[in-house]
Design a protein around this ligand. Sequence first.
Ligand SMILES: Cc1cc2nc3c(=O)[nH]c(=O)nc-3n(C[C@H](O)[C@H](O)[C@H](O)COP(=O)(O)OP(=O)(O)OC[C@H]3O[C@@H](n4cnc5c(N)ncnc54)[C@H](O)[C@@H]3O)c2cc1C
Ligand SMILES: NC(=O)c1ccc[n+]([C@@H]2O[C@H](COP(=O)([O-])OP(=O)(O)OC[C@H]3O[C@@H](n4cnc5c(N)ncnc54)[C@H](O)[C@@H]3O)[C@@H](O)[C@H]2O)c1
Length: 485
Amino acid sequence: MTAQLEREFDVIVIGAGAVGENVADRVVQGGLTAVLVEAELVGGECSYWACMPSKALLRPGTALHGAQAVSGAAEAVTLTLDSAAVLKRRDYFTSNWQDDSQVKWVEDTGIELIRGHGWITGPRKVEVAGLDGNSYALTARQAVVVATGSTPTAPPLEGLAEVDYWTTREATAVSEIPDRLAVLGGGVAGTELAQAFARLGASVTLVARGALLGAFPEEAAALVAAGLRADGIALKLRTGTERVRENDDGSLTLELAGGGTVTADKLLVTTGRHPALEGIGLERVGLAAAEGKELRLSTDSTGLVLGGTGNDADPWLYAAGDAAGNVMLTHQGKYEARATGDAIAARAKGELSGGAAPWSRYARTANDHAIPNVVFTDPELANVGRTVQQAERAGLRASSVELPIQVAGSSLHAERYEGWAQLVVDEDRRVLLGATFAGPDVAELLHAATIAIVGEVPLDRLWHAVPSYPTISEVWLRLLEEYGL
Ligand SMILES: Cc1cc2nc3c(=O)[nH]c(=O)nc-3n(C[C@H](O)[C@H](O)[C@H](O)COP(=O)(O)OP(=O)(O)OC[C@H]3O[C@@H](n4cnc5c(N)ncnc54)[C@H](O)[C@@H]3O)c2cc1C
Ligand SMILES: NC(=O)c1ccc[n+]([C@@H]2O[C@H](COP(=O)([O-])OP(=O)(O)OC[C@H]3O[C@@H](n4cnc5c(N)ncnc54)[C@H](O)[C@@H]3O)[C@@H](O)[C@H]2O)c1
């Protein structure tokens, strides 16, 4: 028998991904009550179909290749991965797609969980079609937070809707490695998964309409492209795709612009994602897409949605993470969540009125200065902050220095180590604006750059941050010398 249940909380969070979990955690720590509404698994995309499984699939290949690149270790290891063991390790990291441990965390944290699809019915009102068959009418005394994540964006490719293709969900949850995989899209997801599958034994072709990893500095992306080619991946870059069709044997053929085809057993489409804002009732509170456009939310630095019924006079609607549409990365979404959760709690206690001061705990100021990105391929690509062009567009006088990574630490790390590094400098304030590192095992170099940018450390002081010998981080010293210090 179904029941209509009415409940009241201080804060309702729709979506229990990493971001929703963090918002709820912060508001509870701030003394408020919170409910998480989740339609699928508590933990969201990152835990089950994105970060964790993709990194679990990539890491064994990087470890094996790392050993193969060092004489003395190379002789002691096999040439190929044990794909069954890799998939088993991936299953461990996704907890076999069971969310028990995350549910336990939610309960232990004092957050209530309602499983089901939620949607906004009016200011501070959310209805949930519970998976238990009940219907819940929820009221928020303080705030409703949209943390519904994002959805893959399908390209307007003729025939795509008629064929059975993979999104990142099917790829990360794979149980059988296909003989031939075609990847459409040369962004982060496509690049990482192309390498994971190639190293697990698939014959992989990646088709991208632009460059590989076109959002990153060209020299760094070129090193990753070389790494993929060395794994036998066929890269068809700057190549349009006209249509896709299914063949009699179930394989799929991509017809490329300008002639040529790619036939594969599976097609993985990784052409971006958009905020998951459909079917959550935003139109009921005055937030509808403009004619012919998709709905996107605008938020202030606390995550408060701009516009929407009653929100300006008496703030109640917030968005964070992929749903807010600013940055689609788990760590940055969690940062947004901490700021939003703390802002909601502070507003409830009267400790915050109006907007938040930049760099205060309530503001997502780092979004404007230092968003760290790591592409977990082999070699890795790690990037934070602005490029020279982005800095100039923001009205700053910027310059850059770049070098191949050639220090004692890199030559000890692997035979024929190849890497590239760049610093972007604000010429007026002589502080760092951005940094990029590409090469084997460079990801852990990134946080030093993030700290330098966020801390606005003057270059003359950075000179005194001495990198240990012989580590790859000595490239910092080389870059500062190259800059002229
Ligand atoms: C293949 C891949 C690899 C990635 N790797 C990385 C990585 O290495 N590092 C990194 O930082 N980022 C990575 N990302 C990005 C990262 O996964 C996302 O930025 C992150 O998951 C966003 O978290 P979120 O909580 O905003 O959304 P999600 O994790 O998507 O969570 C949203 C939750 O809301 C629920 N939901 C949605 N609508 C409703 C509704 N109406 N009612 C109830 N529940 C609802 C969903 O079921 C979901 O559980 C990767 C993404 C992909 C696709
Ligand atoms: N390591 C990580 O942090 C990591 C890993 C994977 C994904 N992610 C995140 O997940 C999100 C989704 O990843 P993604 O790789 O799908 O998106 P993306 O935006 O990184 O790349 C999408 C790619 O698809 C191409 N594309 C778009 N429309 C197309 C079309 N019609 N035809 C052909 N190509 C088209 C774009 O040019 C781009 O190269 C990103 O925001 C990314 O940051 C992060």
